[in-house]
Design a binder for this molecule. Sequence first.
Ligand code: ADP
Ligand code: ZN
Length: 756
Amino acid sequence: MQVIQVAIAVPMPQLFDYKIHTPAAAGSAMSEVLQSDPLLVKADLGDTVNVDLIGCRVLVPFGPRKCVGIVVRVNVESDYETSKLKSVIEILDIAPVCSQQMLTLGKWMSDYYHHPIGEVLQTLLPAALRKQQSGKTRAAVATQPYLQLDADSAAQSDVDDLLARSVKQFDLYRLLEKGRQPLSAIKQEFTPAIVKALTEKQLIEKVDVVEKPEEWTTQLTISEKPLPNVEQAMAISTINLASGFDTMLIEGVTGSGKTEVYLQIIEPLLAAGKQVLILVPEIGLTPQTVGRFEKRFGIRVGTLHSNLNDTERLQVWQQAKDGSLGIIIGTRSSIFTEMKNPGMIIVDEEHDESFKQQDNLKYHARDIAVYRAKQLNIPLVLGSATPSLESLHNALEKKYRHILLPNRAGSAAMPAQRLMNIKGQPMQFGIAQGMLEKMQIQLAAGNQVMVFVNRRGYAPALLCHQCGHVEQCTRCDNPMTVHKSANNLQCHRCADIRALPKACAECGHNELDTFGIGTEQLQQGLETLFPDYSTVRVDSDTVRGKGKLSKLLKEINQKKYQILVGTQILSKGHHFPDVTLVVILNVDSALFSADFRAPEKLAQLITQLSGRAGRSDKVGEMWLQTHCPEHPLLQDLINNGFSDFARYALLERKHAALPPHEHQICIRSESQHKYLSIHFLNLCAELFTQFKHAKVLGPFPAFIEKKQGRYRNLLIIQSASRKYLQQATEQANKALSEMPVSRQVRWSIDVSPIDF
Ligand code: ADP
Ligand code: ZN
């Protein structure tokens, strides 16, 4: 009997003590099982295993429920009487699913993000392992069904007789005589009826086998590659010289050949049998991206993204962990994949906001990447055409190595960037006459044109012409967006849907007008203005569903469409060789935002969008429609480019003592009662006033002030010292959790917030 400490995914910071029964002999029994056939998953290993309990999952009673927890410490002296402790119900793993390194990472994240350790550790594991598994199969590995000869079938001398009347059954039997086969392969040639018949005759059986994937190291080949240009060559040699932990920021303009640099820097690592983890933004993980890596190296690339089911995820996670994948490409949470032979971590488009998790545990995958690379003592490469000011600051401060790719690769030239003054101009569907003419010229020349607008749906509001009433979502106090194709009104905050009204809810008149322009309306408008060309809409409505975005991107590159209308999704790293004109509409409001990050975000958006133009032999240009052509931000960006803008923006942040020069945490609170939400934050503010080196700002209403019936407010705490802020927050967090009002509001701590 011993006492262990278990981390359980509940909103409480502590570990929980349990009793566990562990006779010494049991451990060896299990390793025998493992050694006899490591490929077979054996069920029913008994509850009395004592092999590497730390990092294994256990099923434990927790209040009235049963919970899956992770063993963090063993042989502990409990503060409680052993007789009062509850016993572990079941050990769920035959080997730890959480390595010592992941436990250390989890502990660090728990401290850094002020988040309960149980919830943190749960985040580190693939979803399939977080659930309570039913039945007795407890190995934390994904399996594949195989068919093999029944162990007793050799004894059946009359096999030939049994199979005489079915050629197909005979064929399958003979095939399995050569060795077991995956069921998926069998299915292509033999019907389920044949499999069933043989199974019933007890000649064959189904077994679950842990797939032992082909050895990627022997398959590795390097297919033809372009000769790097001078800047790329310098980048490649700098990175290849790095040994051990070293963070490098590649600041390379759009189309400068960053991906080509990634391909060439990982080549020697792969050749040495080392694995590489590549993080990409949510929407950037397309078959094109993966295809480039597979084609270059001739090996299968493991991918991790939101379209996988839990089993598929688990399989990739497992294969990375046991070393049977050379390259893993994934979105945010793939930063938690373990590698057997880690060689490098790459974060592509490192500025992308999808790397920050916005709910629950508000971690930033880029920050985790830095921690992990350090922990694994491997290089970390961050790449972007529009680096975050955080990373740029670190590079300029010489904390990161700074690698510049200022020119486009190959024969492509940078697109010209221009502003179109639309003050007083005649407009159609939100597009100025002069712009339509530019579009016509490009389309007539056989090129593609991309039009960006930052709103999906038909129009952002529905307005009564008689009384001015605007249809609002009552739960969010927010105008409802008109969706004509779905024939409804949608709240983009809470996803509430309502039928499109025929008359005004206030005055009953039926003269309802839409207000503003969204992607749907823009597409319809362009179809009437350019009837000879086909248009496509790329926004979250049209790319929803597995494979939709890839299909659209493929069709665009096959030139099925000439006019592309879309939102941010169009800006994400795509390679459109025939797009020669990018048109940007309606971004002026971002010039007047209260968010200090708005200029950075706008500059990133404009630069990334314009980077879709002229990526091949054709010359490209970007035109931005604006009522404020003289605005200094636009002038600087257009005339001097992002890198100049970013350095200036960093200086401005310095003068204003804003991040990344100072550090922030944000305490958010939500309640159905506005006063409660603010009252809680006022108490927080009071708590923080004792910390002399921290500034307290707020409470303020959140940018989205009301959502789903709850009022949202926030408080910012800022300090020049990250460490000081961390310690102050830790103390305040403890005090806050003990205040009764903290149980009356929903609240959370967001370290280094990027959104308000
Ligand atoms: P980025 O990742 O910076 O957007 P890519 O690596 O996708 O850039 O390169 C942009 C285009 O230029 C691609 O079509 C790529 O094949 C091509 N390219 C990259 N490097 C070279 C090179 N050294 N010589 C010729 N073409 C190149
Ligand atoms: Zn709503």
